[in-house]
Design a protein around this ligand. Structure first.
Ligand code: PRX
Length: 622
């Protein structure tokens, strides 16, 4: 089939289109209405239908392929490897569901999961889905303050965590950070369930903290039936950064998400039941939710969860996994491929990668050098895909499952089915012509699988993302883009203060707020600066209250490490006595960024004091 026809049908008769796609999953009760868009921009998909993510990901596959692998957990940090069949996964998930129920978790309650990349994290997510609890996974690399703001907002009744993560053979204790976060938050979980990996000692709080191994032992034979949920009930919250310092809880539904994942697994990732999928992301990010846990399992594939570095014990590790488990589809990020490109090629070449049919890359711009290099090494199509935490699945890509259309270097591809992508001129609001730069927007309703709202704050959802253009509502991605005459898009960076470090989305405002909490910092500007490996890195310019005090770069970095986590640590901190601002006091972040990247700082007519920019140039030269 021609993709153009498939796409046309999805946007001209979306209800017909998605009714057909909905047949890819199991429904306990059929829906009565495909789409309710009576209250734009809120879209409700598959109204009245009852289904369950855990059923579709696990139970559904138990009769036909119960003994086939479902979840393969590999850790090169602890040198452990364990494969769970669909039957075994169902048993573990039922134990987890029973444990959660015994700790008071009921349908609709939030469960916060702060875990390393171990199988138990996936069990916990699927157990929530099974009983209708709403999970909120927090990336294990985040520290106490990041965690505290998420606890505060989600108000979980239960937190699931572990003694420690591990990086490069070194234990990273989680429990002290978790205790600090709970102390900082005004909302307190009733219970904390702790997986003890034996990596770091843990202190326990009487009456609150529960040992996983002990509790599991009393639920070994647990049978917990699936709770059938109305399609629009919430499945999870995943926090993401934006312009303000306060992360937004992206809330997703049940039915729309299951259908979107099933559709994308078929049309984009071409996954077949019984095959193995390997996404190298982390369950703390949206790629981990969609394409480590739910997507592959919904497609009946085995999924690999990998804890460890891509270059340890040697740079061939990922390809040895591909060889051993006959991975057919792999999903990673450009940064990881750039890291591998710097390694001696023989590590990669010595493994048999003939099972692999395609590599999918997302999360940040894919440069031509990286793309061509990895295509040459693997000899398979490299498929870029552009999307966001908010959308849950690709907005732009090439749907190879529909038509083997060509990819174009530097472009993630064309609009995916269901997405009415528009490029809008920022000043006039008019639609852009071919090759004219604009903001990438999506005309509502958003297709199934996308965010329903900002958790607990419908108004923030409307105010942050949506603008009215005539009788249409447009969702902003906050990315710049251009489209060529053939409909291929090119992404040109964010329109807001979000930066992308090694595919990790971070808010510069959050980092600024953290740095200003240092007692000797009066003001700071954080910008994203181009980096050859990580795409971007954060760079900070700080004004000290007392310049004679002995505050150094390391002191500032430690504040960020402690509060937000090393993932948000600026690569450099420079000290200045003035920051470039407009006469009305607005920080000129873009001009600072331009100077850092050796570009022209742009229009400076509104700057209050041009010498502030010269100071930035000077400190950079030192
Ligand atoms: O700026 C875009 C960039 O990452 C942002 C979304 O990040 P996150 O919410 O973490 O979701 C990642 C899901 C893959 C986007 O607004 N981005 C994502 N994919 C690409 C990209 N930029 C260029 N090319 C991509 N393929």
């Amino acid at each position: 089939m021609k993709y153009a026809d498939f796409y046309q049908r999805s946007v001209v008769t979306p209800e017909e289109f998605w009714r057909d796609e909905a047949a890819l999953i199991d429904w306990n009760t059929p829906f009565t209405q495909v789409l309710d868009y009576s209250q734009p921009p809120f879209a409700r998909w598959f109204v009245g239908g009852r289904t369950n993510l855990c059923h579709n990901a696990v139970d559904r596959w138990c009769s036909a392929q119960g003994d086939k692998p479902a979840l393969i957990a590999i850790s090169t940090e602890t040198n452990t490897e364990r494969s769970y069949s669909f039957n075994e996964l169902r048993a573990e998930v039922q134990r987890w569901a029973a444990m959660m129920q015994s700790l008071g978790v009921r349908k609709g309650d939030r469960v916060l999961i702060y875990m390393p990349m171990i199988a138990e994290a996936a069990f916990a997510m699927l157990a929530c889905a099974r009983i209708g609890a709403v999970h909120s996974v927090v990336f294990g690399g985040f520290a106490a303050n990041s965690l505290a703001s998420r606890i505060e907002d989600a108000k979980p009744v239960l937190i699931v965590s572990a003694d420690a993560g591990s990086r490069n053979g070194k234990a990273i204790p989680y429990k002290p950070l978790l205790d600090e976060a709970i102390a900082l938050s005004s909302s307190k979980p009733a219970r904390v369930l702790l997986v003890d990996r034996g990596l770091a000692p843990m202190s326990r709080v009487e009456g609150r903290d529960v040992d996983y191994a002990a509790l599991r032992a009393s639920h070994l034979a647990a049978q917990v039936p699936v709770t059938w949920l109305e399609s629009n009930e919430p499945s999870y919250i995943l926090y993401t950064s934006g312009t303000t310092g306060k992360p937004k809880g992206v809330q997703r539904d049940v039915g729309g998400y299951a259908v979107a994942l099933a559709a994308s697994m078929k049309h984009n990732f071409c996954g077949k039941a019984g095959e193995t999928f390997f996404a190298t992301s982390d369950i703390g990010w949206v790629v981990g939710h969609s394409y480590i846990v739910y997507g592959p399992l919904i497609a009946g594939m085995a999924t690999i969860m990998y804890e460890g570095l891509p270059i340890s014990p040697d740079p061939g590790i990922w390809w040895s996994i591909v060889e051993k488990y006959k991975v057919t589809r792999m999903f990673s990020a450009p940064t990881a491929i750039r890291v591998l490109r710097k390694q001696p090629p023989e590590f990669m070449r010595k493994h048999d990668k003939s099972s692999l049919k395609a590599l999918y890359l997302a999360g940040e711009p894919l440069d031509e050098t990286t793309s061509s290099w990895i295509a040459g090494e693997l000899g398979v199509p490299i498929i870029d895909n552009y999307w966001q935490t908010e959308t849950g699945w690709p907005i732009l890509s090439i749907a190879k499952g529909i038509e083997d259309a060509p990819t174009r270097l530097g472009s993630p591809g064309v609009a995916m089915y269901g997405y009415k992508v528009k490029l809008v001129n920022e000043t006039t609001g008019a639609e852009c012509a071919a090759n004219e730069k604009g903001v990438v927007m999506i005309e509502g309703p958003l297709p199934p699988g996308c965010m329903q709202t900002v958790y607990g704050n419908d108004q923030r959802f409307v105010d942050t993302y949506w603008t009215r253009h005539g009788d249409k509502m447009l969702y902003s991605t906050f990315d710049w883009g251009v489209r060529d005459a053939d409909g291929y898009y090119f992404i040109l960076g964010r329109t807001d203060d979000v930066i992308n470090v090694a595919g990790h989305r971070l808010g510069t405002r959050e980092i600024e707020e953290s740095i200003t909490s240092h007692p000797n910092v009066s003001e700071v500007a954080v910008v994203g600066v181009e980096d050859k490996v990580k795409g971007q890195v954060a760079v900070a310019f700080a004004i000290l209250k007392d310049a004679s005090a002995a505050t150094n770069e390391q002191d500032i970095m430690s504040v960020v490490d402690r509060q937000l986590g090393a993932v948000a640590r600026p690569a450099r901190v420079y000290f200045v006595t003035q920051l470039p601002k407009t006469r009305s006091g607005k920080l000129l972040r873009r001009s600072i960024q331009a100077i850092c990247e050796g570009r022209n700082p742009g229009d400076l007519t509104s700057i209050e004091d041009p010498s502030s920019l010269r100071q930035i140039e000077q400190v950079l030269q030192k």
